[in-house]
Design a binder for this molecule. Sequence first.
Ligand code: GLN
Length: 202
Amino acid sequence: MGPVPVIGVLAIQGDVVEHVRALGEAGARAVRVRRPDELDAIDGLVIPGGESTTIWKLARAFDLSEPLRKRLAGGLPAFGSCAGMIMLADRLRDGIGGQETFGGIDMTVRRNAFGRQVDSFESDIELTDVAGPPGQPFRAIFIRAPWVEEAGPAVEILGTESATGRIVAVRQGPLLATAFHPELTGDARVHRHFVDIVRERT
Ligand code: GLN
């Protein structure tokens, strides 16, 4: 194993502390990112769950959105959970007026998609590529979660939600996204998988 990767957590809104803890468990050094220059010092970035409309507004106010788009386009590995998945989508449905994303994954995400039926629920997901005993599903927590409505050919589908058949975990190159919150369950397998992706790239 190489040196300990430094992974930023976008710390403008959302469940930052939970991601910092999970990244530590997964063997990375987690640092909070709020300013554009802090993007230069990281090997990977986590975009937390929270509220994508707020993350978008504050990222613009902090002059982070353009530098972040550039870093993502340049191959920075990133993992987004829930609101973070929305921020990594190239196309968004049911956003508020003027809401944009950082983009990077060739997919269309529908915001609050599960939330229209039921605000929050748990479900066991079979996740491809996520290390752990085979056949051991991942207990996924969904909170007013998005789903992936369509995904381009370069997008690998890592998991679907069993009751709806909807895509809820994807990867495209160094970008990983889940509609649920692995940071809330004390199961660091998804974070470990992301740390492995970051290690492959550094
Ligand atoms: N509904 C939220 C949004 O639109 C996402 C919810 C979450 O991250 N738990 O950003």
